[in-house]
Design a binder for this molecule. Structure first.
Ligand code: UDP
Length: 467
């Protein structure tokens, strides 16, 4: 990961480590952070923990037993595992069962979290106070527990802030607001999303949405992993409606360098392979931690990559194709044909890959973390969203920010080859490549002292954590 933005002269708050404060007889502050146990949520929460630790806060991470992060990668934080009873709740981990999983976690974790937080309060050092409970927006039970114990609850949003429009604008006004009042956001087709949300609603979905909305209203504030300039129109509208202040302090991973929180082993060999490739020559291909592809998709991607004639780094994680390790699905003769021109790994150190000068394009499923990581490095994107908010993110990338191109879900090798060439080489892709570089520059400005994310972080600590 590039660390050029982190020189101490650019950190806007004086850092006094918590143990130093104790030595000086001052009260130190602890933050309790509650994780939602999936990669795309674990990463931003641990990055946020690193940001606050650098600001002098002690950190306790509370997480369900399922998909526990590895505490030894974060020796400065205290980790507490709480029982989640997911096995007994009989929920599947498939994206289609997402709402049942969220509902079960909130039902099962509330009581253990109350017990755990009371214990922390009972045991706490006389020179320490708990300044707040920061919870992933999907772990909304934490707000109820924080309220009961008189602690500020803060919701962390690891997705595009635009999704908050559905939470903060009263249901009766949503259609009107989305249709007529946010011209900058027209390409996001929020009305269409609203319609599909209301036609496909199950009882559990309605219950989860209502409980999450209720928690949001009671929270002392919301921290969004987004950047003011990326989502200015959505953020302004959210702030008009939201009772809780919203702080855009992303991209978290650039505000404080943090250790890896990957659940899978990262294959670092790809960095030395990238070192041998020409600047901006390589397309990086990864569809995140949950999306799945068909066997035919793998074959089409394989031949599409070969015929693009660009070097490629491709992540095929176990399970990318349901029930398979992945590599065995590659077509006969493919690896021989590729030779040194391509590399396939099971899991990559993605932030480092995207920051590498050899990478000139990212073919992504448009997960929000991947999107922000690519924006931060000025890497233009090919977009194949698979489910959920990935479609909204794709619309931001391709039609609002214009830093990417869509590749239709029905993957075909000729189209893949054409899309890679347009994105990385052809004159038709020049504006997209230039826009992406401009976004990198804008992002760097936001991270400097006085930049929007730094100011928002300072405002958050002053307004919410110092009370
Ligand atoms: N990631 C990684 N190595 C990989 C693929 C992904 O470290 O080979 C990380 C990536 O940097 C990002 C996270 O996994 O932080 C994926 O989150 P995202 O929101 O993009 O997608 P999700 O996995 O939640 O669908």
């Amino acid at each position: 990961m590039s660390s050029d933005l982190f020189s101490s002269s650019q950190v806007s708050t004086v850092i006094i480590p918590a143990n130093e404060m104790e030595k000086q007889g001052e009260i130190s502050s602890r933050l309790v952070l509650v994780l939602y146990p999936f990669q795309g949520h674990i990463n931003p929460m641990l990055q946020l923990a690193t940001i606050f630790h650098a600001k002098g806060y002690s950190i306790t991470i509370v997480h369900p037993e399922f998909n526990s992060p590895n505490p030894s990668n974060h020796p400065l934080f205290t980790f507490i595992s709480i029982p989640d009873n997911l096995l007994e709740s009989n929920v599947s981990l498939a994206p289609a069962d997402f709402m049942n999983l969220v509902s079960a976690l909130n039902r099962n974790c509330a009581a253990p979290f109350m017990k755990c937080l009371k214990q922390i309060l009972d045991e706490k050092h006389p020179h320490e106070r708990i300044s707040g409970v920061i919870y992933d927006g999907l772990m909304y039970f934490a707000q109820t527990v924080a309220d009961a114990l008189g602690l500020p609850g803060i919701s962390m949003r690891p997705t595009a802030a635009a999704l908050l429009l559905f939470s903060v604008i009263p249901h009766s006004e949503q259609e009107y607001v989305f249709e007529s009042q946010i011209p900058e956001l027209q390409p996001l087709e929020l009305e269409q999303m609203l319609k599909s949300m209301s036609t496909n609603t199950t009882e559990t979905m309605a219950e989860v949405r209502a409980a999450a909305l209720d928690a949001t209203k009671r929270s002392s504030g919301m921290i969004a992993n987004t950047i003011e300039f990326l989502e200015h129109a959505a953020l302004s509208r959210i702030r008009e409606y939201s009772p809780a202040p919203v702080f855009a302090i992303g991209p978290f991973h650039k505000l404080a360098p943090s250790s890896s929180s990957s659940l899978l082993q990262e294959d670092g060999s790809c960095i030395s392979w990238l070192d041998k490739q020409a600047p901006k020559s390589t397309i990086y291909v990864s569809f995140g931690s949950l999306a799945s592809l068909s066997k035919k998709d793998i074959v089409e991607i394989a031949w599409g990559l070969v015929s693009s004639e660009q070097p490629f780094l491709w992540v095929i994680r176990p399970g990318l194709v349901h029930g398979s390790e992945g590599m065995e699905l590659l077509p006969d003769g493919f690896l021989e044909k590729v030779g040194d021109k391509g590399l396939i790994v099971e899991w990559a150190p993605q932030q480092e890959v995207l920051a590498h000068e050899a990478v000139g394009g990212f073919w992504t499923h448009c997960g929000w973390n991947s999107t922000l990581e690519s924006v931060s490095e000025g890497v233009p994107m090919l977009c194949t969203p698979c489910f959920g908010d990935q479609f909204l993110n794709m619309k931001y990338i391709c039609y609002v920010w214009r830093i990417g191109l869509r590749v239709e879900t029905e993957l075909e090798r000729e189209k893949i080859q054409g899309a890679i060439k347009t994105l990385m080489l052809n004159i038709q892709g020049e504006d997209i490549r230039n826009n992406a570089m401009e976004f990198k520059r804008e992002t760097q400005l936001c991270l400097r002292e006085g930049g929007s994310s730094c100011k928002s972080l300072d405002e958050f600590t002053d307004r919410i954590l110092s009370v």
